[in-house]
Design a protein. Structure first.
Lengths: 365, 174
């Protein structure tokens, strides 16, 4: 069912890791939409998916128990914990698509043995940070564990394992999961689950099947994923960058935004400088007014009642400065106000009442 | 008095700590607007106390001073030395004033610094290099750390811009 076209697309995606981000990110979606009627594309994050990449060449190499299962071979590894909620419903379509072969995959698995062997074989060349001996645990974790199933049976076993294992895992798997999601191409959730058990300060990465198990490339992958994770963060910060997928374009946008912000600061400081002649008085007034306002809203514990009548005498700032600093939460300024008052205000009420250009806040501020 | 400043800074740092973190692994919270406002106003009042009221300063000179004060106050408001960029900013400002600023040495994690220097050729100014030039203190950071600092820097910059905008609106003659 469209295996050929899918293969072609897979080959297309098997490009450079870095440059393939945008391609990988964009194309898998429609694949899924076609293959999985229940796949909810709600929180698919194309940017992150491409960071690890995957080797498409392994799809045909793995024995497929059910040719009808080819639709699952293009199930992309999801990344990030956003897919947590999607796992349970999305596992069902596999049963449907497979024509019932995995209809009972949640229960006892006939193919468990063969799958187990396959998995053991697949795992044999992995670094073993973890205990592979989670044989007995047939669980499938729905949370954020998407693997490219090279065989439906493998997928079944993995899914089953994860379901059972999931409740045992701690909640803060996000980072490890994120790494693990892209760490393996095969449905190797069991090992990834066990990998998370010994949670260490740094993330254990597993080599992807068919990729170099070089420590350097592993480290590279970790680093790349970190960077893409932060890029996502930045994407939310910069306005209007939701549609951009791709590191280069995103970086340009970020740079433009930072530059524009800095230019704004410069422009505003120039504006403030032109306003300057009144700035001496006004700043003091703003500060005093601000503090006075805040104080008024609080209990007058500071004994500054003589200042309340002062507010009316402040000329044009009474209306202009109020709206801005009205939003200041009272609790935040309270202790600061108290300190300021104790030092600067209470000691010399006479200077405050005058508010001449020289009557500014004491320098100890 | 430094006593006041210490208390105020302690208070503002307290506020940053108590704020809920939006991101699970990366914390890029900035204090509220008022913290920025207070720092900025204080620095401005310091600025005006230094110069006589009716000094014949050119607008450009004043503008530059105000800009510097804005950045310094932003760095202070954003959490003094808990961010690389703020430390770099404050260090840079102190150097300009011929002052020496010392920060407590923070424990540095040993990370893989797979920097871009492994490529032999000098690449054209890449986007990350441009970003390093923009963000203060970004010259010797890992790329992932650079991203984190950029995020925090962007948040603080936008907050500072808002504060300054409010100030300008308030002070502009009606």
């Amino acid at each position: 069912m469209g295996g050929e076209s899918n293969e072609g697309e897979m080959g297309f995606k098997h490009g450079d890791d870095e440059s393939g981000i945008s391609r990988v990110g964009i194309t898998p979606m429609p694949l899924y939409a076609k293959a999985d009627p229940f796949f909810s594309s709600a929180d698919w994050d194309p940017v992150v998916n491409g960071a690890g990449g995957f080797s498409s060449s392994h799809y045909p190499s793995m024995a497929m128990d059910n040719p009808g299962m080819s639709c699952f071979s293009h199930y992309q590894p999801g990344s990030g914990s956003g897919y947590a909620a999607e796992m349970p419903p999305s596992l069902l379509p596999f049963g449907d698509c497979g024509g019932g072969q995995i209809g009972h995959f949640l229960g006892s698995d006939k193919k468990g043995e063969s799958v187990g062997r396959l998995i053991r074989a697949g795992e044999s060349h992995h670094e073993d940070h973890h205990q592979v001996s989670d044989d007995g645990v047939l669980g499938a974790s729905p949370i954020g564990k998407r693997r490219l199933p090279e065989a439906e049976s493998q997928w079944n076993k993995k899914a089953v394992e994860e379901f059972q294992e999931d409740p045992q895992r701690g909640s803060d798997q996000s980072q490890k999961k994120h790494k693990n999601d892209q760490s393996k191409e095969t449905v190797n959730k069991e090992s990834s689950q066990s990998e998370e058990a010994p949670k260490e300060n740094y993330i254990h990465m597993r080599a992807r099947r068919g990729q170099a198990t070089n420590s350097h490339s592993l480290a590279e992958r970790v680093r790349r994923e970190k960077i893409s994770e932060r890029m996502r963060l930045l994407q939310e910060l910069v306005p209007g960058c939701n549609k951009i997928t791709g590191k280069a374009v995103m970086l340009d946008e970020i740079i433009n935004y930072v530059q524009s912000l800095q230019q704004q600061v410069e422009f505003l400081s120039m504006k403030l400088a032109t306003v300057n002649p009144e700035i001496n008085v006004d700043i003091d007034r703003i500060l005093a007014k601000d503090l006075l306002q805040s104080r008024d809203r609080n209990t007058p514990t500071l004994g500054l009642n003589p200042f309340t009548g002062f507010q009316g005498t402040i000329p044009n700032l009474s209306t202009t400065t109020n709206p801005q600093y009205n939003s200041l939460p009272q609790t935040t300024l309270e202790s600061e106000l108290q300190n300021l008052y104790q030092m600067g205000f209470v000691s010399n009420p006479s200077t405050m009442s005058s508010f001449s250009p020289n009557g500014r806040l004491k320098p100890e501020l | 008095m430094s006593f006041i400043k210490v208390l105020i800074l302690k208070f503002s740092s307290l506020r940053t700590q108590t704020m809920a973190s939006s991101d699970k692994t990366i914390n890029t919270d900035v204090p509220e607007k008022d913290v920025f406002a207070i720092h900025f106003l204080q620095s401005l009042s310091n600025l005006t106390t230094q110069n006589p009221f009716n000094s014949p300063d050119t607008t450009n000179y004043r503008a530059r001073k105000i800009k510097k004060a804005a950045y310094v106050s932003m760095a202070k408001a954003a959490g003094g030395s808990s961010r690389l960029w703020s430390r770099a900013l404050l260090g840079r400002a102190a150097k300009e004033n011929n002052k020496i600023v010392r920060f407590a040495r923070r424990k540095r994690k040993v990370t893989w610094k797979i920097s871009s220097k492994r490529r032999s050729d000098q690449r054209a100014p890449e986007a990350t290099d441009r970003l390093r030039n923009l963000v203060p203190g970004g010259g010797t950071m890992e790329t992932s750390k650079l991203m984190e600092e950029t995020a925090h820097y962007i948040k603080c910059l936008s907050m500072q811009v808002k504060v300054m905008q409010c100030l300008v609106d308030g002070l502009s003659p009606k």
